[in-house]
Design a binder for this molecule. Structure first.
Ligand SMILES: *Cc1c(COP(=O)(O)O)cnc(C)c1O
Length: 397
């Protein structure tokens, strides 16, 4: 490869998003090359032996590493300000790898109750099968964190803002409590995206992403990433990934690299559109409550403004009339699509009680505020007037 500037300490985030991690081939291409290869060849047997002896670091096999995947990892690493980053095939692969690489039988994990469904399944059902005790707390209640951490713990796992009710967890406070108890803190930062919240700066040890969401941002592929210190990420985490195989496809890495280039612009527009929709919804008849982290009426707006630089793309709101009304509303939408995904340039809406959170027991849903009238809207990049027109006609249905 020819000389390429892959990082500069003076680059500001937007520049790193466009240029960070780029390594050019001998063809001097402008856009990042897509290395669709599973393996690599060696000039000599000695070279192959050196690669395996790690005396000659190079690409060996794409389950271990791939140049396009490396470019994505390095670009995201620079954006997050982490020592190291490893990409995975999906967000759930990132969550699972982060948890199992830092825990062993006999350990204890304390997690917030309001977790993404599959994350909840890993902590509540999978980890206990391997002798790891799981304790759940209300993430917004520092007293519960304190009590649960009294018995000690090795890891704390949480999501803020939470899905779908957009609860905010006080990250610096929970990180202090966790560290005092001897636990590392793993934050699922998907809803905020790397643009709006920096968990590592707020005290967390590990950040995980579903790159499927805002990082791709155009609903095209799955992907994930784990970021943190290199001792952990390039140590036990990389060993786990190497030998268990949730490798990110080079093609998906290429899409995600291109996604990062516009992430800042898109998050700005998502946030502007979502804020306008939230304020507008709040004033509509038949809307009982509207939740968006930076909305003046959000119960934790001060905390949200302190630890997030924007409110994000997701607005949750409750319609008067329960499930029949919510279904009538969703079915009447013409522009906004019914989809449980989010982070797309398209506006997407879902009814959590019957989709993303349908596996929860009724009392758990009640406890989390996931009522039958609640809908979760990911506000896309369309013209805000068209989004509001669609919501207006569907509210009238
Ligand atoms: C989507 C999502 C995940 C899982 O990511 P996948 O890429 O779908 O595997 C994890 N956590 C949160 C908060 C998510 O929104």
């Amino acid at each position: 490869m020819t000389d390429t500037l892959t990082a500069s300490p003076t680059w500001r985030p937007q520049t790193a998003l466009i240029r960070g991690g780029t390594t050019r081939s001998e063809h001097d291409e402008t856009s990042e090359a897509l290395y669709m290869t599973s393996g690599y060849v060696y000039g000599t047997a000695e070279e192959a032996a050196g690669a395996f002896a790690e005396t000659n670091p190079r690409y060996i096999y794409s389950r271990y590493g791939n140049p396009t995947v490396s470019m994505f990892e390095e670009r995201l690493r620079q954006l997050e300000g982490a020592e190291a980053c490893r990409a995975t095939s999906s967000g759930m692969a990132a969550v699972y790898a982060a948890l199992v690489s830092s825990l062993k039988a006999g350990d204890r994990v304390v997690a917030s109750r309001a977790l993404f469904g599959s994350c909840q399944h890993i902590v509540a059902n999978l980890l206990p099968r391997f002798g790891i005790e799981a304790v759940f707390v209300d993430g917004t209640d520092l007293g519960q964190w304190r009590d649960a951490l009294k018995a000690g713990a090795q890891a704390v796992f949480l999501e803020s803002p939470s899905n779908p009710t957009l609860e905010i967890i006080d990250l610096p406070a929970v990180c202090d409590l966790a560290h005092d108890a001897g636990a590392i803190v793993i934050v699922d930062n998907v809803f905020a995206s790397p643009m709006l919240q920096k968990p590592l700066e707020l005290g967390a040890d590990i950040v995980v992403y579903s790159a499927t969401k805002h990082i791709d941002g155009q609903g095209r592929c799955l992907g994930g990433a784990v970021l943190g210190n290199s001792k952990f990420v390039d140590g036990p985490l990389f060993t786990f990934l190497k030998h268990t195989g949730p490798a990110l496809s080079p093609f998906n890495a290429w899409l995600l690299l291109k996604g990062l280039e516009t992430l800042d612009l898109r998050m700005e527009r998502h946030g502007r559109n979502a804020g306008e929709v939230a304020r507008w919804l709040e004033a509509r008849n038949g809307v009982l409550r509207t939740l968006w982290p930076h909305l003046e009426s959000h119960p934790q707006v001060e905390l949200a403004r302190k630890q997030m630089s924007g409110g994000g793309s997701v607005v949750a709101f409750e319609l008067d009339g329960g499930k029949p009304r919510a279904f009538r509303f969703l079915n009447a939408l013409k522009l906004v699509d019914i989809s449980n995904n989010l982070g797309d340039s398209k506006s997407l809406i879902t009814h959590p009680a019957t989709t993303t959170h349908s596996k929860l027991k009724l009392e758990e849903r009640d406890h989390l505020g996931i009522t039958d009238g609640l809908v979760r809207l990911h506000v896309g990049l369309e013209d805000i007037a068209d989004i509001k027109d669609d919501l207006t006609q569907a509210l009238a249905a």
